[in-house]
Design a protein. Structure first.
Length: 451
C-alpha cells in the first residue's frame, strides 16, 4: 500500500486490532439461545459498548430489540454542520457447525498461513474492528470529519428482525446521510468491491403428518403413507432437473449486468468437488445474484445411528429461499407455502410456518457517496478500480433503512471475500483486507465530508 499517514496509522494499529478481535471472537455469541447461552451474547454486547466508550462515543446504549436480543448503539459527535454517517456491523455469529471439523477451535483466534481463523473473524466481528480502525486512524490524523453513529446488531444471522422492528419504532435513532454496511466483502482478495444488490430471504418450516404414530415397516410398509417419503417428494418439487429453483409463480429468469463470475472461479470459491456439476442455468452471476435459490437447511428425521425399521408418522424441514431484487419477500413466502401445500403427495397433512424474512436490496451507484468510496478504494488498493458486484446473501436491515431514510446513500463493503468461508468450517479473515478496507473507510469518510 502506498505510504500515507492514514495507511501508516492503520498498519501500526493492526497488532492491537488482532488482540481485540481475538477477545471478541472468544464470545460464543450465537443468537440462538436454545443452543448457546444468552450470557455469551450479552458479554459480547458489553465488550462492544466499552470499546465505543473508549473511543469517545456518547449516548451508548444496549438496545433491547423485540426479538429478545440486544444491539449496541453509540454516537460520535463531529464538527458542527457536518454530515452524519451510520456504520453498521453485527456481533452475533453463525453456529460453528461441526466443531471437531475445524482445524483450530472456532472460538479461538488462530493465525495460520497468513490468515486469522475463528468464527466471526470476517462475518462480522471483523467488520466492527474495521470501523474502529478507520475511526482511530482519522482521530490520529486531524480528527473525524463527520458525525458518526455506530449500530452493531445482535441477531442478524438468525433473521428474526429485532433491529429492523426497533428501527421502525425509533426512526430518528439511525437517521444518517450515508450508511456504510460493513457486512459484505470483496469479490476476491485484493479486488476492491462495493456490493450493490442483495437477495432477500424467507425461512419456512414445513411439517408433514401421515399417521397417528410410527409403524413397523415390515407389517405396514408398502401401504402406510410414510411422512418422511412425502416430505422428500415435496422438497424435490422445489427444483427442476438441472437444479434450478422452481416455486410455482416465482420468476427465475433474472440476469446480472455487472462483474462477471466465471464458472471456474465459482468452482474454486465454492470448493466444488471434481466431477460434480453446478446446478441451474444462465451465468453464475445470474444464478447467485439475480435469481431465487431454495435450500433445505435442516430436516428432522431419525439419524442413521439408532434408526429402527419404522414407517415415519411425522417429518419436518426448514427451508431457506433467497429472493432476488425486484421480488417482494412476503409474496415469495406465500408462493413457497402455496407450492408446498399443492405438491404434497398422498393427501398427507402439511403445515407451514414462516420463521424469518428479509427484503432484497438494490443500491443507487450514481450517488456522491459511491464516488467518494471509489476514490478511497483506489488509494487503499493501488492500481485497482472499485468493482460493483451482487451478493447472494441477505442483510434484512438494508431495506428497512432504505425505507426509513429514502434520501440516505447506502454502501456495502466488508471482509467476507470467498476465501473467508463465512458460515462454514474454518472461517477466516485476511489481515491485509482488514488493513486495506480500514484505510479505505477512513479515506471515504474524509472524502465524503469534503464533497
Amino acid at each position: 500500500m502506498s505510504s500515507n499517514p492514514v495507511a501508516e496509522t492503520v498498519a501500526s494499529l493492526l497488532p492491537r486490532a488482532k488482540e481485540e478481535l481475538a477477545e471478541l471472537v472468544a464470545f460464543r455469541s450465537v443468537a440462538d439461545f436454545a443452543q448457546f447461552p444468552e450470557s455469551e451474547s450479552e458479554a459480547a454486547a458489553h465488550w462492544i459498548a466499552e470499546a465505543l466508550r473508549a473511543e469517545g462515543f456518547a449516548d451508548i446504549a444496549l438496545l433491547d430489540t423485540p426479538d429478545g436480543t440486544r444491539s449496541v448503539y453509540g454516537r460520535l459527535p463531529g464538527p458542527e454542520g457536518a454530515k452524519t454517517v451510520l456504520l453498521y456491523a453485527h456481533y452475533d455469529v453463525q453456529p460453528p457447525l461441526d466443531e471437531a471439523g475445524w482445524t483450530t477451535p472456532p472460538f479461538e483466534l488462530t493465525e495460520r498461513d497468513g490468515r486469522w481463523y475463528g468464527r466471526g473473524t470476517a462475518d462480522c466481528k471483523g467488520g466492527f474492528l474495521m470501523h474502529l480502525l478507520a475511526l482511530r486512524a482519522l482521530r490520529a490524523n486531524g480528527g473525524v470529519p463527520v458525525h458518526v453513529k455506530v449500530i452493531v446488531e445482535g441477531s442478524e444471522e438468525q433473521g428474526t428482525g429485532g433491529l429492523e422492528r426497533y428501527a421502525e419504532q425509533h426512526p430518528e435513532l439511525l437517521a444518517a446521510d450515508t450508511i456504510v454496511i460493513g457486512d459484505a466483502g470483496n469479490f476476491r482478495v485484493g479486488l476492491p468491491t462495493a456490493t450493490t444488490s442483495l437477495r432477500g430471504m424467507t425461512m419456512v418450516r414445513v411439517q408433514v403428518d401421515t399417521l397417528a404414530g410410527n409403524l413397523h415397516s415390515g407389517q405396514f410398509g408398502g401401504a402406510a403413507p410414510d411422512a418422511l417419503a412425502a416430505l422428500i417428494r415435496v422438497l424435490d418439487s422445489l427444483r427442476a432437473e438441472d437444479g434450478s429453483t422452481t416455486v410455482d409463480g416465482l420468476g427465475a429468469t433474472g440476469t446480472w449486468d455487472g462483474l462477471e463470475y466465471t464458472e471456474e472461479q465459482f468452482r474454486e470459491d465454492a470448493k466444488v468437488l471434481d466431477g460434480v456439476g453446478l446446478i441451474g442455468s444462465g451465468s453464475v452471476a445470474d444464478r447467485v445474484w439475480a435469481r431465487p435459490a431454495v435450500t433445505v437447511i435442516g430436516i428432522d428425521c431419525p439419524p442413521v445411528v439408532g434408526a429402527t425399521p419404522s414407517v415415519q408418522s411425522r417429518a419436518r424441514a426448514l427451508i431457506s429461499l433467497r429472493v432476488p431484487p425486484g421480488v417482494d419477500a412476503a409474496e415469495a413466502t406465500k408462493l413457497l407455502q402455496a407450492h408446498l401445500e399443492a405438491h404434497i403427495p398422498w393427501g398427507a397433512r402439511v403445515t407451514t410456518e414462516q420463521t424469518g424474512q428479509g427484503q432484497p436490496f438494490s443500491a443507487d451507484t450514481s450517488s456522491p457517496a459511491y464516488r467518494a468510496m471509489a476514490d478511497a478504494m483506489a488509494v487503499a488498493y493501488p492500481g485497482e478500480t472499485m468493482q460493483y458486484a451482487g451478493h447472494g446473501g441477505s442483510i434484512p436491515l438494508c431495506n428497512t433503512l432504505a425505507g426509513l431514510y429514502p434520501q440516505a446513500e447506502i454502501l456495502l463493503i466488508g471482509l467476507s471475500e470467498p476465501e473467508a468461508r463465512i458460515h462454514a468450517v474454518d472461517e477466516s479473515v485476511s489481515p491485509e483486507e482488514l488493513e486495506r478496507l480500514s484505510v479505505a473507510e477512513a479515506l471515504f469518510l474524509r472524502n465524503y465530508a469534503a464533497g
